[in-house]
Design a protein around this ligand. Structure first.
Ligand SMILES: [Fe+2]
Length: 330
């Protein structure tokens, strides 16, 4: 069976070189010797050798073709069959995304965090109200910061409340249907309509279960009216980019549970009413290097936390109503 390996003719040269590479010169020399002996004794002819070589070459070619077909099949599956499968499943399930864009999926797919940001941090940096220049060295720090009484002068501190916001949304046509992102947290209020349909007693917590909600204000008229009551925080860098939406958080007792924010910029919050407790914790991969800690903010305080890397949760003291404006800068 191995006699075809010898190459007395030039046409067998490539095969011979390949065999030499694979088997080594010594083994091939032995094959040559056997082959020459076979030719000398008339057991095989040159035609037999050529035929054996041709069959072996065809087997190699067929094998290569088979490998190429497999490769093309895999590429076809990835490029064509996978999207078709994805679209079909999405259609059958009646959802836009095969994988929901929720915190569980985001948490499972987030990159590992570099723990340098939380080493030696065990409390927020507390600053008294300060100028933009004084704040500039802290502006893009990942250190949690409270700026005391930074927003106490805002008109919103006195004018913004549940009734004002309800009246504003009811006054602007279509605004209740233009809420970009509504979070009901652990409350039973699933939409902003539900929030403003509450009885006055439920709204002020003189009866019923506690509620806490948050939503993105992206309806232009509503946003413009609200922004008449608050400016951008005076201490932020003048060239800091800010989004065209703000977030309102309000309610009682149970705030947000522990989570990361998947937002593009740093976060700031203006605490307008009530006290709010913050619980910050490093990512699990930083548990052995960093620590968790609590702090609280009071009405008039601004709080800045890089909520993209600090896990955070909030609670409101029992009986207090908390109202917060949140936005981003970067
Ligand atoms: Fe958050």
């Amino acid at each position: 069976m191995f006699l075809f390996i010898r190459s007395p003719m030039g046409s067998l040269g490539n095969n011979m070189r390949a065999v030499r590479d694979r088997l080594g010169d010594e083994f091939v020399a032995k094959l040559d010797e056997l082959h020459l002996n076979a030719l000398r004794t008339g057991l095989v002819s040159r035609a037999d050798l050529q035929e054996a070589y041709r069959k072996a070459r065809d087997m190699d070619t067929n094998s290569n073709r088979l490998s190429l077909l497999w490769l093309l099949g895999i590429i076809f599956f990835i490029l064509v069959a996978t999207p078709v499968f994805y679209e079909t499943i999405s259609f059958l399930l009646g959802v836009r995304c095969f994988l929901p864009n929720n915190n569980l999926v985001l948490e499972a797919t987030r990159p590992i965090i570099d723990c340098a940001f939380c080493k030696s941090v065990s409390a927020p940096l507390i600053l008294n109200n300060l100028t933009r220049e004084q704040f500039s060295s802290y502006a893009y720090s990942s250190l949690p910061i409270i700026v005391k009484k930074a927003v106490a002068h805002w008109p919103a501190q006195h004018s913004l409340n549940y009734s004002y916001i309800k009246e504003l949304y009811n006054r602007v046509p279509g605004s209740l249907d233009a809420v970009c992102q509504f979070q009901h947290f652990s409350s039973d209020l699933k939409t902003l309509r539900d929030v403003f349909k509450m009885s006055p007693k439920r709204a002020d917590m003189s009866e019923g279960a506690p509620w806490f909600v948050g939503w993105s204000v992206c309806q232009p008229t509503v946003l413009a009216e609200l922004r008449k009551l608050y400016p951008r925080p005076h201490f932020l860098p003048v060239d800091a980019e800010m989004p065209n939406t703000d977030f309102i958080l309000m309610g009682y007792e149970q705030g947000a549970v522990m989570h990361l924010d998947y937002i593009p910029r740093l976060m700031w919050q203006a605490q307008l009413q009530g006290n709010k407790s913050w619980f910050l914790s490093p990512a699990p991969e930083c548990d052995h290097q960093c620590q968790s800690f609590f702090f609280y903010v009071e009405p008039g305080d601004a709080v800045l936390v890089d909520t993209r890397i600090w896990y955070h949760a909030n609670t409101i003291p029992r009986g207090q109503f908390s109202l917060t404006i949140q936005s981003e800068y970067g």
